[in-house]
Design a protein around this ligand. Structure first.
Ligand code: ADP
Ligand code: MG
Length: 259
């Protein structure tokens, strides 16, 4: 685990050695809606950051800007010291470096589980098929769905599909994985099997940004909790500190509703 991320001002663009994801003064509008407001956020290599906040506060948009599924209006974002590329091959490589796991799994419905985990390796990383298959099988075993390799996504439970989605992200050897409410669409009995895989990834040192309402996960896996409201980062703290002693009224109000 590298050092704890430091908070930096908008003018400070040189990343420290351990910094992997750096957002400086990021603003984003959807029409008149100012959905991200002056976001400064630095995530260190190996750090696990849980993002929480009310619905509509900009959590998904924040994730989507980090792998450039959304453009930003001002400010800067860099991954591993490089600014986000605008287009083309560089952008495909960025998407491979920045894995994303969505609430709705987003697996390719007409490809088998194995093919889902091989595809990006072959198309983006240009990995030889045999090598990609071996790696896919190992990753599917690691997330506990090795026996489902030849099935199609619809034949799997939600928890299994989400674990395949995690294997697919891992197959690209990402520098960081963004999880946007990965367990919100799951039946309750399947939530833990996904959280356990994520816990293991955290222990293995993966850099993770996790939007979730699973406070147990936040307490046990997060190095830091970032609380968002109305497009702003209102509060950041270590989980124990945040849950036992929230400072802002917005955070107190939010926690009183979910805990
Ligand atoms: P959260 O994930 O915290 O619930 P989102 O980032 O999804 O919040 O959304 C933040 C705000 O931006 C919401 O008011 C939402 O309705 C709005 N929004 C999100 N995506 C779009 C879009 N593509 N076009 C217009 N408004 C959007
Ligand atoms: Mg969201």
């Amino acid at each position: 685990m590298s050092g704890v991320a430091k908070t930096k001002g908008p003018g400070d663009t040189v990343p420290a050695a351990g910094d992997l994801v750096v957002l400086n003064g990021v603003n984003k509008h959807f029409g008149a809606l100012h959905v991200l407001q002056d976001i400064d956020l630095t995530i260190a290599r190996g750090e696990v950051v849980v993002v929480i906040g009310p619905s509509g506060s900009g959590k998904s948009t924040l994730c989507r800007t980090i792998n450039r599924l959304e453009t930003i209006d001002s400010g800067s974002i860099s991954i591993d010291g490089k600014p986000l590329p605008q287009e083309g091959k560089e952008l495909a490589r960025l998407r491979a470096d920045v894995g994303m796991v969505f609430q709705s799994f987003n697996l390719f419905a007409h490809k088998t589980v194995l093919e889902n985990v091989m595809l990006g390796q072959v198309k983006v990383r240009r990995t030889e098929k045999k090598v990609a298959e071996k790696k896919a099988r190992a990753l599917l075993d690691r997330v506990g769905v090795g026996s489902q390799s030849d099935k199609y996504p619809a034949q799997l439970s939600g928890g299994q599909q989400q674990r395949v989605a995690i294997a697919r992200a891992l197959a690209m050897d990402p520098k960081v994985i963004l999880f946007d409410e990965p367990t919100s669409a799951l039946d309750p009995e399947m939530i833990n099997e996904v959280l356990e895989v994520m816990q293991q990834l955290a222990r293995d040192g993966m850099t993770m940004v996790v939007v979730t309402h699973e406070m147990g996960f936040a307490r046990s896996a997060a190095n830091r909790v970032v609380f968002m409201a109305d497009g702003r980062i209102v509060e950041e703290a270590q989980p124990e500190e945040f849950f036992s002693n929230p400072r802002s009224d917005r955070a107190k109000d939010f926690l009183s509703k979910i805990l």
